[in-house]
Design a protein around this ligand. Sequence first.
Ligand SMILES: [Zn+2]
Length: 106
Amino acid sequence: MATCPACNGGVVTPFFLKLDAWRWLVCPHCKVRLEMKPPRSVVLGPLVAPLFLLARRGHVFEVMAFLFLFATIFLLLLESVRPKVQLRKKPLPKPTIRLDIDGPSK
Ligand SMILES: [Zn+2]
């Protein structure tokens, strides 16, 4: 269960890998369109690579790099199990084919 940012009602969230279900997620109380909030721990990801470069310099750094990696994965999993929702700002993709009935006559 996540909390709707518009009405604070409970929203049943789909499994985080079911992207199609997430696309059509609406709040059952106020019908506002919702999307998954990207997990905060994603920002830790890019830090893993330089840590592993540092790990070549010594055993202490190696242990630190592995601990950091596991902590990042653990946080990601934790946030995926209980995803947060935010209001969907992007509008639905418009159909690319548009009938130009009232367009200028040739
Ligand atoms: Zn709501």
